[in-house]
Design a binder for this molecule. Structure first.
Ligand code: HEM
Length: 159
């Protein structure tokens, strides 16, 4: 905490903002997840090609059964990252699963730009979902949690 990361530590208020907004969205996680990834593919159409189940599929994007689970993973893991940041000051994902996730993203060719577009789309989706509840503080809390999670994933992005 003492300046090592050059930033403030994650507060209880920030954790609460993330958890509160996710709780609101999670009843319709499938729908928000779909909107989230449609935004990503609007901005970066080529990202669709990364997903094996989209590349080899004839069903329309909205009907692909595998898209929603990935979208939900991003939400859930970012929310969990917020909880851990407050509790432990860092993102802790079980070592084995972090290795696996890092390895999968490396293997499928996910690069920095994809993580950036995804961050933008994530924040836009939450903004739309929570309506009046949206604030600069809420945006910042999700941003920090997402960034820290991505740092953790990237450390394991190797063959
Ligand atoms: C797979 C989470 C960001 C593309 C996965 C898996 C998880 C996950 C849990 C399944 C891994 C497994 O097979 O065990 C996350 C999280 C993210 C993130 C938490 C951000 C914090 C991204 C981004 C992209 C991406 C930005 C690209 C736009 C993929 C692809 C796969 C994958 C292509 C493999 C899907 C397939 O089987 O074809 N991700 N992901 N992910 N993710 Fe992500």
């Amino acid at each position: 905490k003492c300046g090592s990361m050059g930033g403030e530590s994650f507060t209880e208020e920030q954790e609460a903002l993330v958890v509160k907004s996710w709780n609101l969205m999670k009843k319709n996680a499938g729908e928000w997840g779909l909107k989230f990834f449609i935004k990503i593919f609007e901005i970066a159409p080529s990202a669709q090609k990364l997903f094996s189940f989209l590349k080899d599929s004839n069903v329309p994007l909205e009907q692909n059964p595998k898209l929603k689970p990935h979208a939900k993973s991003v939400f859930v893991m970012t929310c969990e990252a917020a909880v851990q940041l407050r509790k432990a000051g860092k993102v802790v994902v079980r070592d084995s699963s972090l290795k696996k996730i890092g390895g999968v993203h490396f293997q499928y060719g996910v690069v920095d730009e994809h993580f950036e577009v995804t961050k933008y789309a994530l924040l836009e989706t939450i903004k739309e979902a929570v309506g009046e509840m949206w604030s600069a503080e809420m945006k910042n809390a999700w941003s920090v949690a997402y960034d820290q999670l991505v740092v953790a994933i990237k450390t394991e992005m190797k063959p």
